[in-house]
Design a protein around this ligand. Structure first.
Ligand code: 3HC
Length: 295
């Protein structure tokens, strides 16, 4: 598949990343089929896209006409065949579990055109292992966006063991057309580049609090105001989703070893369904003001 031939994109998953990627692709002028397994999930994703586009229009980052036209290019769907049947590229952003993703690819392989590229937004899982459940491993790569996709510039384009150079070049051209900056990851390795750095940062921050070395506010104040990152470490965990961060950590722990042992504080948050901004409660309470980090 050449980049010039792409006009229809299927995004699988309408959660935080799925709806954000859909929004980015629709803003770039593509017809996007956004699919999830339940009407309420798809509707929720669609409402989030509408909210975000209106917010960008309110802030004059695009006109209301552009916002409305982008929303018109989004088709929310539950039926997988309708979603991928005429797709040139399928971007998958379903939950970060190997078995769920493999099941999705097995189903999608049946319905997607033979020439379509499959790109996974996995945060850490093996691109090679996922590609091997399809009949097109050379047309399979990672396309990893960051949260929130509409605001974050970077996209990692990850090489699986079977990925063809042509696939990487097409996906890099697509990322550029989305007005993003693609960075090629040469080898399939847990967490790729960014999460290999960022997820241990969030985990170490949690261990500091767990071990009574500092409070959440002290750690976040240091990360944000002294180290100069755009968010505190705990604020970032809440932005990413504590469940997503934990999945990445568990996989890095399994493959890379002890240094990546997840902190129990993060596990507790996930057990209590305090997943961060998306549930209104995480390390901070987003129903009552969110992160208030002392400068
Ligand atoms: N669409 C539209 N508007 C949005 C939005 C979205 N998706 N998300 C937030 N906003 C709005 C907010 O509602 C707020 O609006 P308000 O001013 O009316 O209250 C406004 O944007 C805040 O924007 P600002 O530019 O004023 O705020 P910042 O300068 O702090 O920028 C940020 C926000 C871009 C999110 C910045 O804080 C940032 O870069 N944070 C770091 C995020 C990051 O590192 N993400 C990557 C995490 S790793 C990952 O995702 C990988 C995964 O695999 C785990």
């Amino acid at each position: 598949m050449d980049f010039e031939d792409i006009d229809t994109i299927a995004v699988l998953g309408a959660g935080n990343m799925g709806h954000g990627i859909t929004e980015v692709a629709a803003l770039a002028g593509y017809e996007v089929r956004m699919r999830d397994i339940k009407d309420e999930f798809v509707q929720n994703g669609y409402d989030n896209i509408e909210w975000s586009l209106n917010k960008l229009a309110e802030k004059d980052q695009l006109s209301q006409e552009e916002a409305d036209a982008a929303l018109d290019r989004v088709t929310p769907l539950v039926d997988v065949q309708e979603a991928v049947g005429d797709a040139d590229v399928v971007i998958e952003a379903v939950p970060e579990k190997m078995e769920i993703k493999k099941d999705v690819y097995t189903e999608v392989e049946e319905h997607a055109p033979d020439e379509a590229i499959f790109a996974t937004n996995t945060s850490s899982l093996s691109i090679t292992e996922l590609s091997e459940v399809t009949e097109r491993p050379e047309q399979f790569c990672g396309m990893h966006f960051f949260n929130p996709p509409v605001r974050m510039q970077l996209v990692e384009v990850i090489t699986g063991a079977h990925t063809a150079e042509e696939t990487l070049e097409t996906v890099e051209a697509l990322a550029e057309d989305f007005e993003k900056t693609p960075v090629r990851v040469r080898k399939d390795s847990p967490g790729f580049i960014v999460n290999r750095i960022l997820v241990p940062l969030m985990n170490e921050a949690a261990w500091l609090v767990h071990d009574d070395v500092a409070t959440i506010a002290e750690v976040d104040s240091t990360t944000k105001f002294d180290m100069g990152l755009p968010m505190g470490s705990f604020e970032l965990s809440d932005q990413v989703g504590n469940d997503v961060g934990l999945h990445v950590l568990e996989y890095m722990h399994e493959v890379l070893g002890e240094a990546y042992e997840p902190c129990p504080l993060i596990e507790e948050k996930v057990e209590n369904e305090e997943l961060g901004k998306k549930t209104g409660q995480g390390f901070y309470d987003y129903e009552n003001g969110g992160a208030d980090i002392p400068a």
